[in-house]
Write a protein that binds this ligand. Structure first.
Ligand SMILES: O=C(O)c1ccccc1N[C@@H]1O[C@H](COP(=O)(O)O)[C@@H](O)[C@H]1O
Length: 213
């Protein structure tokens, strides 16, 4: 499975669908983010069916309201949202991907994993953090650390953090894990101007296609 983050327009979704991407991240509630959208604009993209759209947000406060306003059916929680927020979303019929941040040789939220699972999280996303920066840090996660965390998760997971088409070999142990769902990419899907590039997205899908579950 390949997820590409930061779709801003219907044309972006068309490019991603054409390349065979499975999930498209639509940002709302990512202050200062290069692809952050107003709730009404995000709602338009979240109504699409291919690729399957995912609301990506750092929001904690007002999250349920944001989800209602955008009509999101799937949400990726980047940040430090607690398990009770996940439970509220799941009760509202939303499928939740919770990001777990990796920094300094450890997973910052590993102690909360059982509580997230009890709250009904559908999958985790393991992403490299850099200091206080979350998301698109340009930092790649350490494959051995990811493999170790994955072995203890007991749940399906996606991998993010500066992933490129050439990284599959480096993460071979992670790819072989039965819970591995695929990769989530922002930076490597874009050209020098920061626009989604059909050629780069196609290369990502080629590089990771064999890793589809
Ligand atoms: O990119 C950001 O600034 C960002 C901000 C807030 C939440 C998520 C963000 N990016 C996410 O980071 C991963 C990995 O991206 P990359 O391939 O390392 O550039 C992806 O989920 C982005 O949506």
């Amino acid at each position: 499975m390949v997820k590409v983050c930061g779709a801003r327009t219907r044309e972006d979704l068309r490019v991603l669908a054409g390349a065979g991407v499975d999930l498209a991240g639509v940002w709302c509630g990512v202050p200062g983010g290069h692809a952050d959208l107003r709730p009404d604009v995000a709602a338009e993209l979240l109504a699409a069916t291919a690729p399957e759209p995912v609301l990506v947000t750092l929001r904690g406060e007002g999250l349920l309201d944001l989800v209602r306003r955008t009509g999101a059916r799937r949400v990726q929680l980047h940040g430090h949202q607690p398990p009770n927020l996940v439970r509220g979303l799941v009760r509202a019929g939303v499928s939740v991907i919770k990001v777990l941040h990796l920094r300094g040789g450890r997973c910052l939220q590993e102690g909360l994993v059982p509580a997230y699972l009890r709250a009904g999280v559908s999958a985790f996303l393991l992403d490299a953090a850099d200091g206080d920066r979350l998301g698109s840090t340009g930092t790649s996660a350490d494959p051995a650390l990811v493999a170790g965390v994955a072995a203890r998760l007991g749940a399906p997971f996606l991998l993010a953090g500066g992933i490129t088409p050439a990284d599959r070999g480096r993460f071979s142990e992670v790819v072989a894990h039965p819970g591995f769902l695929g990769v989530d990419v922002d930076t490597a899907a874009r050209d020098a101007r920061g626009a989604l590039s059909a050629a780069r997205v196609a290369a990502l899908v080629r590089g990771w296609a064999g890793a589809r579950p």
